[in-house]
Design a protein around this ligand. Structure first.
Ligand code: TYD
Length: 215
C-alpha cells in the first residue's frame, strides 16, 4: 500500500493595501511584511500594476504614456491577470501569504471613480480576470487630498501620470474607496492615515492579527 499523500497546506491569506497617492500606504506595506516575517509567516510582497516581469513593463507604460481610459483599464487588468496566474494563486496554494500594494479596488477607485469608467465594465473585467478570488482583508489608507498631495509633492521630483492629476480627480478616487469600504465592511477597513506612522502600524497589526483566525 502506498503511503498516504501529505495533507494539502491550508490556503494562505491575501491582504491588499489601497488609498490615494500620498496616503502613506507603501511605508506601512513594508512594515507589515517585516511584522509577518518576524512571526514566521512566509510572505510574498507584491504590487500592482506590476508584480511580474510583464506586469512591470505594463506599469511603465501605464504610469508614463497617455492613453484612452478604456485602454488604461484593460492594461491594468491584463497586468493583473498575469500577476494572479504567475504569483498570487501559486503563492496562496502553497500556503504563503500575499501582501499586495493595490489590487482591483484601485481600478474601481481610479478608473471608475477618478476617470468615470462605468462600474459595470470594471465588474465584467474583474469577473473575467479573477473569478472568485478576493482579498481576505483590504486596508484603505484614508487622508484628505490636500495632505496626500503635499506628501506626493515633497516625496517626488518626477510625478507620474496619476500623481500629476488635479485635486478633484483624487477627491473622486477617495470617495470611491470610501464607497467600496461602506459596501464591504467585513473585507475593507478604513485607516485614518493622518495619524502617526506608529499608531497606524499598530492598527494595521491588530486588523491583520484577526485575519489570521479566518478560514
Ligand atoms: P502606486 O504603486 O501607489 O504608485 P507609487 O509607486 O507612486 O507609490 O500606484 C501606481 C499608480 O497606479 C497609482 O497612481 C494608482 C494607479 N492604479 C490605477 O489607476 N488602477 C489600478 O488598478 C492600479 C493597480 C493602480
Amino acid at each position: 500500500m502506498s503511503a498516504p499523500s501529505p495533507a494539502p497546506s491550508p490556503r494562505g491569506r491575501f491582504i491588499t493595501f489601497e488609498g490615494i497617492d500620498g496616503a502613506g500606504k507603501s511605508t506601512q506595506h513594508a512594515r507589515l511584511i517585516d511584522y509577518l516575517r518576524d512571526k514566521g509567516v512566509t510572505v510574498v510582497a507584491s504590487r500592482e500594476p506590476g508584480g511580474t516581469p510583464l506586469g512591470e513593463k505594463l506599469r511603465t507604460l501605464l504610469l508614463g504614456d497617455s492613453m484612452h481610459l478604456e485602454t488604461e483599464a484593460l492594461l491594468m487588468f491584463a497586468a493583473r491577470r498575469e500577476h494572479i496566474a504567475q504569483v498570487i494563486e501559486p503563492a496562496l496554494m502553497r500556503g504563503d501569504w500575499v501582501v499586495c500594494d493595490r489590487f482591483t479596488d484601485a481600478s474601481v477607485a481610479y478608473q471608475g471613480g477618478g476617470r468615470g469608467l462605468p462600474l459595470t465594465k470594471l465588474q465584467q473585467l474583474a469577473t473575467w480576470v479573477q473569478g472568485d478570488l478576493r482579498p481576505d482583508l483590504t486596508l484603505v489608507f484614508d487622508a484628505p487630498v490636500e495632505l496626500a498631495q503635499a506628501r506626493v509633492r515633497s516625496g517626488t521630483t518626477n510625478p507620474d501620470r496619476f500623481e500629476q492629476e488635479q485635486n478633484e480627480f483624487f477627491q473622486r478616487v477617495r470617495q470611491a474607496y470610501l464607497a467600496i469600504a461602506a459596501n464591504e465592511p467585513l473585507r475593507v477597513k478604513v485607516i485614518n492615515a493622518t495619524q502617526s506612522p506608529e499608531k497606524i502600524a499598530t492598527e494595521v497589526k491588530a486588523l491583520v492579527d484577526k485575519v489570521y483566525l479566518i478560514h
